[in-house]
Design a protein around this ligand. Structure first.
Ligand code: SF4
Length: 616
């Protein structure tokens, strides 16, 4: 039934695997056999896709699968002690399944609840604000085998924590407002409809609604809110101008895979302003002539799937999606939600498209870019959740109005996800140009020694830099703003981030796969007190390798947290330098133990020490 419901379509593989797993708790060999037969796809391909995503299980896990969020802020809030307490209560070891198959407890990367951590996922449903009492309650519910649907609602309550709203979060836009405003930009509906038909055929359009919308986006100086800051109008224009081959259509994709540790603004936007996001996607579809849209929602936000689908359904009923939107002949566009499955790298737009096509989320070679060769080789725009919400606002209020907010180089507002050592963690929307110092004052942060802006791949700011501003001209950010007071060990912060990158490296290219593993080993070695000054040189070398040879942004930025903290918090590293002389982080002889086991050899000659006089 699951395969039927998905049209026996292998491009829906990730969605099919998710639904099968939700039904069976894991992807058993029998389930893979059935999928192979129904989809006519080689077994290796199905297993290859399933094996890529952290939330798919090819080995049995517990019927209750508990995943502790292991972001640095969860650590700061004591998640390790809570995990230990839960495991003690349930008589299991982390990473293992209980003997009766009832429960398994593991860790996962940031679950996007940093403002209300520590947090965990139970069978993909999020529970925040964990305390010892909550942990005991969860253990009891598991032990008593209470079905998840019968667990108390308050356990699953997620707070929005909007602390400061500006033009976007404070807007009172009603469903359809932005679309009606966009339609009003067209001289007449007939011209708009003919434009839509001509887009589908890949012909250039004249002036009219879509061109006028693009002009407004251009005048607004809207830049992508995912961090890179690419000019939105340029992207949309390139997609609109890309020729269509026979049978092709243009695609609009909303990237709601916010996996950067410390970021949770998209969760709140989709909870409180989903209509604005969908409306922005529809405005984009008008502008580029797209007829199909996807919202790629991170697996950690599984709890939003049904509410968002209900909003889409309501919008179809209001003629804001579907055929002949707002009664305009030919204005056809609909949106489908795809759920990710725990792969950070899918936040990269080409990896996200691969995932949408039902494959492993491996970033593509570029060029060609998605605007010409995206989803199933069709012209595709991929924008951030916040970008689409801003686009709806621009359609409603005009580009000139929007461009007046913020700074010369950074128009509009930015939503920050504030977490860590402060009195009021949550969501803060500011016009671009706000200083780090102002944000810290507003959220009640004292005695701050550092702020990590934009997550592990972003930048670490020390107090001397707190007058720097949030904006593309100074500190660009996707939104994470994580605060550390003077009691925090910045070396351990960097080590947590390095572990994150190593865990999330997709393994496609060797420099990143090996480089992130070596970096992790170096940081662990320093942590164990076996570091020497030579290790700093090693880190520099790794940085050059990762920056120049990696295939995507994950590898390029993997050394950032270490280099930033070495530059600003060197004593945190120096404290750990017990050795003057170099000690290898990698024990080659130990690494060869598996080979010795496999060959059945354990004589002296099979050990490096005997070959090289103990110098190995
Ligand atoms: Fe994968 Fe890392 Fe290579 Fe990116 S840089 S493709 S994450 S291995």
């Amino acid at each position: 039934r699951i395969v039927e419901r998905n049209g026996r379509d292998p491009t829906r593989m990730v969605q099919i695997l998710r639904e099968v797993q939700e039904a069976l708790d894991w992807l058993s060999p029998q389930a893979i056999d059935a999928l192979q037969a129904a989809l006519k796809v080689p077994r290796t391909k199905i297993e290859g896709v399933a094996g890529f995503y952290a939330f798919f299980y090819l080995q049995p896990r517990g019927r209750y699968r508990l995943l502790f969020s292991d972001n640095i802020t969860d650590r700061m809030l004591g998640n390790e002690a809570l995990l230990e307490r839960l495991c003690r209560n349930l008589w299991i070891e982390p990473g293992k399944v209980s003997e009766d198959g009832l429960v398994s407890v593991d860790t996962t990367s940031c679950t996007g609840l940093c403002d209300q951590g520590p947090a965990l996922l139970v069978n993909n449903q999020a529970i925040g604000r964990l305390t010892a009492e909550r942990i005991d309650q969860i253990a009891e519910l598991v032990r008593s085998k209470v079905p998840l649907a019968e667990w108390p609602d308050e356990l699953f309550a997620i707070e929005d924590n909007i602390r400061r709203a500006d033009v976007l979060l404070g807007n009172d836009m009603q469903p359809g407002d932005a679309l009606r405003a966009a339609r009003a930009l067209a001289p007449d509906e007939g011209l708009m409809a003919s434009n839509m038909r001509s887009w589908r055929e890949g012909l250039p359009t004249g002036l009219g609604g879509p061109a006028a919308i693009l002009d407004e986006i251009k005048h607004a100086n809207l830049r992508g809110r995912g961090g890179a800051g690419f000019t939105t109008a340029l992207k949309w224009e390139a997609c609109r101008n890309a020729p269509l081959k026979l049978g092709q259509q243009r695609i609009v994709v909303c990237n709601a895979d916010e996996g950067e540790p410390g970021t949770f603004k998209d969760r709140v936007l989709l909870t409180r302003h989903a209509d604005a996001v969908f409306e922005g996607m529809t405005v984009a579809a008008y502008a580029v002539g797209a007829t199909l849209g996807f919202l790629y929602l991170r697996g950690e936000y599984r709890h939003l799937l049904e509410p968002l689908n209900a909003i889409l359904e309501r919008r179809r009923g209001e003629n804001l999606l579907g055929q002949n939107i707002l009664g305009i002949p030919g204005a056809n566009f609909d949106i489908e939600i795809h759920l990710g499955a725990g792969a950070y790298v899918c936040g990269e737009e080409s990896a996200l498209i691969e995932s949408l096509e039902g494959k492993r989320g491996t970033p593509r070679n570029r060029p060609p870019f998605p605007v010409t060769n995206g989803y199933l080789d069709q012209p595709t725009i991929v924008n951030n959740v916040e970008t689409f919400a801003a686009a709806a606002l621009i359609a409603l209020k005009g580009g000139a109005w929007y461009a007046n907010i913020g700074t010369r180089h950074s128009a509009g507002t930015k939503i920050l996800s504030v977490s860590g050592d402060c009195a009021r963690p949550g969501i803060y929307e500011y016009p671009f140009g706000v200083s780090v110092r102002q944000v810290l004052a507003d959220c009640g942060a004292d005695d701050v020694q550092a702020v990590q802006v934009s997550g592990p791949s972003g930048v670490c700011i020390a107090p001397a830099e707190f007058d720097r501003i949030i904006g593309f001209e100074d500190i660009p950010t996707a939104g994470a703003f994580t605060i550390f007071n003077s009691s925090r060990d910045m070396f351990e912060v960097a080590r947590n981030y390095v572990h994150f990158f190593q865990h999330e490296s997709c393994g496609f290219c060797t420099p990143c796969r090996v480089g992130t593993a070596l970096l992790k080993k170096l940081m662990d070695k320093l942590h164990q007190g076996a570091g020497s000054p030579y290790d700093f040189a090693e880190i520099e070398k790794l940085n050059v390798l990762l920056q120049s040879m990696s295939h995507c942004g994950l590898g390029h930025t993997a050394c950032n947290p270490v280099l930033d903290t070495i530059a600003r918090f060197r004593p945190a590293y120096d404290r750990r330098l017990m050795q003057k002389d170099f000690t290898p982080a990698f024990d080659l002889d130990q690494a060869l133990s598996l080979a010795r086991q496999m060959t059945g050899r354990d004589d002296a000659g099979a050990h490096l020490a005997s070959q090289h006089g103990g110098e190995a």
